[in-house]
Design a protein around this ligand. Structure first.
Ligand SMILES: Nc1ncnc2c1ncn2[C@@H]1O[C@H](COP(=O)(O)OP(=O)(O)OP(=O)(O)O)[C@@H](O)[C@H]1O
Ligand SMILES: [Mg+2]
Length: 564
């Protein structure tokens, strides 16, 4: 009886390997663009016909290959990028396996044309893995790979291709990723002769975002630039007030490599804690930089994932980075953008310029107690509609929503109190006697300790009645009974239900209910004190619902409108 085990013929092995690397036109484009970038291309052009079913062509002006190298490149495990397994540690090139070209060539009618600028170029045609033709080619330095009839010899796979529009879209997404990763390289994508993308090299990543998605999105983004030790995070995080539940973009790059990492995005979202409405998903574009030996890039067939040696630490730094991006007052919403106007002068000033430096925030000393006593009382404040506080800053006119602002201030104060000794409560001369529903009584029981810490000392009286002996006193117009009723009703009704952390949820609910309301007149000292405390908060520009506390009318916008 003959043996049942046989070594697969090379072209069969290639086809099988291709199954992991080449899934659809977009993955062919990904591999070929990676090769072009690895070859130092300054310009990468991609053409599709019929969504890539009929034709995929990627041309670059990189180093090119000699005819001998070109032939080798089509063999499996042939690579110029590493020589020993140790070279994998910290590998800086996109490719390292020497598999992509032979895999693609084994499932298509493939043509490689390349010249390295020193001698004659070469054109090699391969069909289903078999070399069919090889001839000299005259061309400039660089490489062009043409892939026709993808999966022509693996009909089962060809059947899985989607409609041309869907395949084109997937390729467009791949191109966007590379365009973001490499703003210094020009990229073009055409589909059946129509130009879908054509971007010149851009000095700053934000310019690429303009080019890809327009100003509208770019203007909603805040620059991220944060470093802890050897871990660095740069990029962009969307202003909380502009995040929506659907349609966000979430991109993570690790050492310049686009990766799929939902957990890292989750960590970034944690940085928004207390500043975003539950369920809203901010757009995030994050570039993670860390030492090469702290990450393993060889863990996924299409290199779409990486493994971090210390994932927890990296996630923490990402969370910190987003948090830090939300903190400065520049994170406040500019009026221009909200009005759909020229928008974003604030962002322009603050946009990450690639140096890693974040522009300084507005001077919070304006409202320091020292500045307010004595001669310098800080800038004049004006309350309008008994709801908004206006004042002048270095960059324009700031408008504060008094309720949102106070909510943010109280939230941060309560988080401190809950962690420490609690708030100073006021003993009531006449205890409050209040009625609650069954679920509300349960909520009171579940939160008794927290309620006490914010100042409500409660005692069951009889039946559904509860007596409060003490109450908090966050501002002179505070209505202790109404606040308690609303607070308990929120706690029982699961308001802020999207908040994972119980303490934070409680603090947000309390802050929301206890804060000064719109429609209350503030005397000038109260108004100044509120603004002073807001500017001293860690996230002054955002309230606990994901709305802005401050909007700014930039001086430049006034000048523009008045034609100065
Ligand atoms: N556009 C190109 N310009 C110059 N050289 C190229 C180009 N494309 C491929 N090569 C050469 O061919 C080799 C094989 O490419 P291939 O994509 O198959 O493998 P790789 O990039 O080394 O690794 P991986 O399989 O991980 O992509 C590369 O190592 C490189 O030397
Ligand atoms: Mg490659």
């Amino acid at each position: 009886m003959s043996g049942r085990i046989a070594v697969l013929a090379p072209h069969v092995a290639d086809q099988i390997a291709a199954g992991e690397v080449v899934e659809r036109p977009a993955s062919v484009v990904k591999e070929l663009v990676e090769n072009a970038l690895d070859a130092g291309a300054r310009t990468v052009r991609v053409e599709l016909e019929d969504g890539g079913r009929a034709l995929i062509r990627v041309s670059d002006d990189g180093s090119g290959m000699s005819p001998a190298d070109a032939k080798l490149a089509l063999q499996r495990h042939a690579t110029s990028k590493i020589t020993t397994a140790a070279d994998l540690i910290g590998v800086g090139s996109f490719g390292f396996r020497g598999e992509a070209l032979p895999a693609i060539a084994s499932v298509s009618r493939f043509e490689l044309e390349t010249a390295d600028g020193t001698g004659a170029g070469v054109r090699i045609a391969v069909s289903g893995g078999t070399v069919e033709r090889e001839e000299p080619a005259v061309r400039q330095r660089g490489t062009t790979v043409t892939v026709r009839g993808l999966f022509f010899n693996t009909p089962a796979r060809r059947k899985f291709l989607r409609a041309p529009a869907a395949e084109t879209r997937a390729t467009g997404e791949v191109m966007s990723l590379f365009a973001l990763a490499r703003p210094d390289v020009a990229f073009a994508l055409t589909s059946d002769g129509r130009t879908l993308l054509d971007t010149a090299p851009a000095p700053r990543p934000i310019d690429r975002i303009h080019a890809l998605w327009g100003r509208e999105l770019a203007d909603t983004l805040l620059p991220v630039a944060h470093r802890r030790g050897a871990l660095e995070v740069t990029g962009f995080a969307q202003r909380p007030s502009q995040a929506r539940p659907a349609g966000r973009k979430g991109f993570v790059f690790v050492r310049g490599r686009p990766v799929r990492d939902p957990f890292m995005l989750r960590a970034a979202e944690a940085g928004y804690r207390s500043a975003i409405a539950p369920g809203d998903r901010p757009t995030l574009i994050l570039f993670l930089d860390l030492p090469g030996d702290a990450v393993d890039v060889n863990v996924h067939p299409a290199k779409a994932e990486v493994r971090f040696r210390e994932r927890m630490q990296m996630e923490q730094v990402v969370e910190e980075a987003v948090r830090a991006a939300l903190a400065p007052l520049e994170a406040a919403a500019p009026l221009g953008a909200a009005a759909g106007g020229s928008g974003g002068p604030l962002l322009e000033a603050a946009a990450w310029d690639g140096t890693g430096a974040i522009p300084a925030g507005l001077p919070t000393e304006l409202f320091s107690p020292e500045a307010m006593s004595g001669r310098a009382r800080g800038p004049e404040l004006l309350q309008v509609f008994d709801t908004y506080l206006l004042f002048q800053t270095e960059e324009g006119v700031a408008i504060v929503d008094q309720h949102s602002a106070h909510e943010r201030v109280l939230y941060e104060a309560v988080m401190h109190q809950l962690a420490g000794d609690g708030a100073p409560a006021q003993r009531l001369l006449l205890p409050l006697t209040l009625e609650f529903t069954g679920p509300e009584l349960e909520a009171i029981d579940a939160h008794r300790e927290l309620l006490q810490r914010v100042g409500y000392e409660l005692e069951p009286f009889s039946g559904r009645t509860v007596v409060a002996h003490t109450a908090p006193n966050p501002h002179p117009r505070f209505e202790a009974a109404r606040c308690l009723q609303e607070l308990v009703s929120d706690l029982a009704g699961g308001r802020f239900g999207g908040w994972a952390n119980r303490l934070e949820r409680f603090a947000a609910t309390f802050a929301c209910r206890a804060a000064i309301k719109a429609g209350h007149h503030l005397d000038p000292d109260e108004a100044r004190e509120l603004v002073r405390r807001l500017l001293a908060a860690t996230l002054p520009a955002h309230d606990v619902h994901g709305r802005p506390t401050i909007v700014q009318l930039p001086k430049g916008e006034l000048e523009r409108r008045f034609g100065r």
